[in-house]
Design a binder for this molecule. Structure first.
Ligand SMILES: C[S@@+](CC[C@H](N)C(=O)[O-])C[C@H]1O[C@@H](n2cnc3c(N)ncnc32)[C@H](O)[C@@H]1O
Length: 302
């Protein structure tokens, strides 16, 4: 895939993702990995972290003794990943074109990263690439936002800090089943020159941060718009997303050759394919020696 088709939209969000969303995503994910995936892996096993972002998941897995290779197409996200975990291996590559020999005991792809695959064909291409990169009996665990995850909400979340604030707004078009989410980041344009005014402004800002982040964020996130200083400048970053149905994902995994497809909720419990907003999928590459002929039949040869 030529470089210009690499997915680089996260470059502008990388600094903020590194210090906010990455930590949030990690909190729920670690117990799930510990429950579903890690007990089946060999000690010091090799894990492929697709769409690894700023590397916080890879960092935790490395601390547990696994050898992690992260792949992401955003140079800026990888910059933070390399800073966060000096002994990791990180590859700048688009997961739709990433190729590897069967090296890995497991592959993961977390925090709805695969919702950035804007067609079922692209999603299937990623599944093929993962399949080829896994050893026999290797496991693939990933999460996806499903159709009732995406809505039209002007402000669905936000955070207020001393030197910045951000809000997320979402749109969803049920006809073509695509959505967007827009992160708007607000930052100060100038500093208060009078030290007394600056101290007072900082104290007020700290109080606002406390009240918003601890209470109002959950209850009514859009109130943030009223708390942001008028002289803070907004800049917006927009991402496209596409949800898939559980049936579509199951069928695509099976077509590629994966077996034992399990569907789980965020607690790692087997989930029914109704009314859920997110699902975790775990599938296994078979160990019957037939996988090479399956890959040969799926990947077009010139
Ligand atoms: C929501 S972040 C998730 C990061 C990380 N997995 C985590 O759990 O914190 C999505 C990541 O997917 C990456 N990404 C999206 N599409 C990609 C593609 N086609 N190839 C490689 N990386 C991609 C973005 O650059 C971004 O770093």
């Amino acid at each position: 895939m030529p470089l210009e088709t690499h997915y680089t939209s996260y470059d502008d969000w990388a600094w903020l993702y590194n210090q906010s969303e990455a930590q949030l995503a990690l909190q729920g994910l670690l117990p799930l990995l510990e429950k579903l995936l890690l007990p089946s892996l060999p000690e010091h096993g090799q894990i492929l972290d697709l769409c690894c972002g700023t590397g916080q998941v890879a960092q935790q897995l490395t601390l547990k003794g696994y050898q992690v290779t992260g792949v992401d197409s955003s140079e800026k996200m990888l910059h933070y990943a390399r800073e966060n975990i000096s002994q990791g291996t990180f590859i700048l590559e688009d997961v739709r074109s990433f190729k590897s020999s069967p090296t890995f005991d497991a592959a993961i792809c977390t925090d709805s990263s695969l919702n950035h695959m804007m067609s079922l064909e692209e999603l299937k291409q990623v599944f093929c690439n993962v399949y080829a990169a896994l050893k026999e009996k290797g496991l693939f665990l990933f999460d996806l936002g499903l159709e009732n995850r995406y809505r039209n909400i002007t402000v669905s979340d936000g955070e207020l800090q001393e030197k910045y604030a951000w809000i997320v707004g979402e749109t969803y078009n049920p006809e073509d089943k695509t959505g967007t989410f827009t992160i708007t980041v607000f930052q100060p344009t100038s500093q208060k020159s009078d030290p007394k005014i600056a101290i007072a402004a900082t104290l007020i800002q700290r109080l606002k941060c406390l009240v918003y982040n601890r209470a109002l964020r959950q209850l009514q996130p859009s109130i943030l718009l009223q708390l942001i200083n008028k002289d803070w400048k907004p800049s917006a970053i927009k991402f496209s997303v596409k949800p898939y149905t559980i049936a579509e994902v199951q069928a695509a995994l099976t077509e590629v050759g994966f077996t034992q497809v399990g569907i789980y909720d965020f607690r790692g419990k087997v989930t029914a394919p109704t009314n859920t907003q997110y699902a975790y999928f775990m599938a296994r590459k078979p160990g019957d020696g037939l996988w090479q002929s399956r890959i040969d039949s799926l990947i077009p040869h010139n």
